[in-house]
Design a protein around this ligand. Structure first.
Ligand code: CA
Length: 223
């Protein structure tokens, strides 16, 4: 899963990026509205954290431009305290959720997870495929009840595949959703990650669809 964090306050931006990377997301960042609008148009983010008070172009205008252009990715807006009119403008522009500053980082983490889950059409944070169980709220993976230790990239890969289970996911799509902008993609091919992931899981749940990509079949939401 790949996120965009848009925030002009450098301390808060750094804190958000570090926290979300720690949760296993690939994270890009933007510090003004113009850069944010461009990145949101060209990169396939799974969710966006968008501050509304931004230099060059404000967050509401950025969001309106995305929605007018048919970009429907989930967006959580950050609003200043006591600015209820800003919040209303944000929702009118197409925001999916909001947090008022100052907020608890844990709340933002929980809301982002819920947004991504809902966008993929899942209600439960725990997804299962055969003996493989992925708890997306704790970012943990078990096979037959035994905990499996995955690297950040392996977890991102598995999480994306199981969120999009029963559909074919191409290598290009995976590349776009598990690496951030600055990552050296060439030396870390998807095939290598898939191979390592299969070995660690030890069960055959990730099918190769020749010429098209990968598919996890019969995944279900855990109650
Ligand atoms: Ca701001």
């Amino acid at each position: 899963m790949r996120l965009l964090v848009v925030e002009d306050d450098p301390d808060l931006r750094r804190q958000l990026v570090t926290t979300l990377r720690g949760d296993g997301y690939a994270v890009d960042e933007a510090e003004d509205g113009e850069e944010a609008e461009y990145l949101g148009e060209v990169e396939p983010y799974d969710a966006v954290v968008l501050d509304l008070g931004l230099p060059i172009k404000d967050g509401v205008s950025v969001l309106k431009a995305w929605r007018a252009g048919g970009i429907n990715k989930p967006v959580l807006i950050l609003t200043a305290r006591d600015q209820w009119s800003e919040k209303v403008a944000g929702f009118d522009a197409g925001a999916d959720d909001y947090l008022t500053k100052p907020f608890q980082m844990e709340e933002l983490q929980a809301r982002i997870k819920a947004l991504i889950r809902r966008a993929a059409g899942h209600a439960s944070p725990v997804l299962e495929c055969g003996p493989v169980r992925v708890d997306t709220s704790a970012a943990t993976v078990t096979v037959d009840g035994k905990a499996i230790s995955l690297t950040g990239h392996e977890y991102k890969l598995l999480s994306y595949l199981i969120h999009h289970a029963n559909s074919i996911v191409s290598r290009t799509e995976l590349t776009e959703h598990i690496y951030d902008q600055d990552f050296d993609r060439d030396s870390n091919t998807i095939e290598v990650f898939v191979g390592r992931l299969r070995k660690k899981l030890g069960v055959d749940v990730i099918k190769t669809v020749r010429g098209l990509g990968y598919r996890m079949e019969h995944a279900i939401e855990s109650a």
